[in-house]
Structure formats: structure tokens, C-alpha cells
Design a protein. Structure first.
Length: 71
């Protein structure tokens, strides 16, 4: 049994995130553009657009939630 503590890396792992123009994503989705079409138009992946759309939704939920405003 090895009781040596694991060393934690000082560098974050994984691929760096792409910068996304959230206002452009919102504009395209509000026009009825699908996630795939928006991704293609912006030159990004579908997952990147999906993550951006999910963050836009969570931002709007916080703004529209009256319970959160009362706190």
C-alpha cells in the first residue's frame, strides 16, 4: 500500500476554452437558428454553442427569478 500523497499539478488540465460572443449567440438563437447552424456560422463547435446557450439561460433565470431578487 502506497501512502505517499499525490502531487497536485499547478497547471490546469484539459483544452483551453474558446471565447464566445454571447450577444451574437443570443441574437442567432432568438432568430430561430438551430445550435448547429449557429455553430457553423460562428465557426465554433456545437458543444461550445450549447454551453454558451446554457449560460445565457442561467443568466436570464437569475434575472427573472423574483425569489432571487428578494434575497
Amino acid at each position: 500500500m502506497n501512502t505517499t500523497p499525490r502531487l497536485e499539478s499547478k497547471r490546469p488540465g484539459g483544452r483551453p476554452r474558446r471565447d464566445v460572443d454571447l450577444s451574437r449567440v443570443r441574437e442567432l438563437l432568438d432568430q430561430g437558428t438551430s445550435l448547429r447552424q449557429a455553430a457553423r456560422q460562428l465557426g465554433l463547435g456545437c458543444g461550445t454553442i450549447h454551453r454558451a446557450a446554457r449560460s445565457l439561460k442561467s443568466q436570464s433565470d437569475v434575472i427573472q427569478n423574483p425569489i432571487a431578487e428578494a434575497l
